[in-house]
Design a protein around this ligand. Structure first.
Ligand code: HSE
Length: 306
């Protein structure tokens, strides 16, 4: 069983290391923004090491394997693992790759939120594994899938780690907003385009994925967004999907002290209200290792090893 790894940044590289350390599965093709390399029988450990030593964007010129296109790689890979950056305009190039892979019966494992945020109803199905898109290593998606036939009435959460980090630094530690933003950038938790975090697109995309999993298909454009703003103690950037009223929003809110959504720094928290229960989940919401582990778990499921 071999993997087509689509994206080779921080998460992709950590995933590749973990896959070879923890499983006998192999990567047979890897792509970055400049090209791809493939090897039908899967890369050996030493080839993976050479790819990991290649500079960013250097997969095609690494001398490992042969030059391949994603279409060619679909012929000899079994699972597509997408760790490419989100494109919230079109979902491409990932969306087209998923359509091709799924129509051939391949599984898709993804940490990329954009295709799901734009086309959840079309692509989400048995062969698409996406728990790495929301709350990274905290398996919220698995939990949501375990709820039916309970009905989810409402989901409220802190879904964006970088803005929660900034707000915690401002209100708990007294750090100026701009300095806290710079710290978040250095921590590597901001999206490559930080406006996606600061304008609520990242949280809205996660909300679409959560709502879709809970039975309310939404599109990204259906989520009302207000940009992050420090409104006073203790502001948090709250995502809310009301599945009864069928509305969803992301906005800064001043939380009362006893609100269960109080989490600090890059932690995430979600409160799920069903017709039978109220569940609170807290856990890490961003991070290379956590995301790579979630992808690994989904990969093992996709090939029937879990
Ligand atoms: N930029 C995202 C966040 C990364 O801050 O939560 C994890 O999805």
């Amino acid at each position: 069983m071999s993997v087509l790894l689509f994206g080779f940044g921080g998460v992709g590289r950590t995933y590749a290391e973990l896959l070879y350390e923890r499983t006998d599965l192999r990567i047979a093709a890897v792509f970055d923004s400049r090209g791809g390399a493939g090897s039908k029988d899967g890369f050996t450990r030493s080839e993976i090491r050479r790819l990991l030593e290649a500079p960013r964007g250097g997969v095609a010129t690494s001398g490992v394997g042969r030059a391949v296109t994603p279409d060619e790689a679909l012929d000899f890979c079994h699972v597509v693992v997408d760790v490419s950056p989100p494109n919230y305009e079109t979902g491409e190039p990932s969306l087209t790759l998923y359509r091709k892979a799924l129509s051939r019966g391949l599984a898709v494992v993804t940490a990329n939120k954009a295709p799901l945020a734009l086309a959840f109803s079309e692509i989400a199905g048995k062969r698409l594994y996406y728990k790495a898109t929301v709350m990274a290593g905290t398996p919220l998606v698995d939990l949501l899938k375990g709820l039916p036939p309970q009905t989810v009435l409402r989901v409220r959460g802190i879904l964006n780690g970088s803005t929660n980090y900034i707000l915690t630094r401002v209100y708990k530690d007294g750090v100026p907003f701009e300095a806290a933003l710079e710290e978040a950038r250095r921590l590597g938790v901001l999206e490559p385009d930080p406006r996606l975090d600061l304008e609520g697109v990242d949280a809205a995309a996660k909300l679409v994925i959560i709502a879709g999993t809970a039975g309310m298909p939404l599109r990204l454009a259906d989520v009302t967004r207000k940009p992050l703003a420090p409104l006073g103690p203790v502001t948090r950037y709250v995502a809310l999907a009301d599945l009864v009223e069928r509305r969803a929003s992301v906005e800064p809110v001043r939380l009362p002290p006893d609100d269960p959504l109080h989490v600090d720094y890059t932690m995430n928290a979600v409160e799920i209200t069903t017709d039978a229960n109220a569940i609170i989940v807290k856990g890490k919401g961003a991070g290379r290792l956590e995301t790579a582990y979630a992808l690994l778990n989904d990969t093992l499921r996709a090939v029937g090893r879990l």
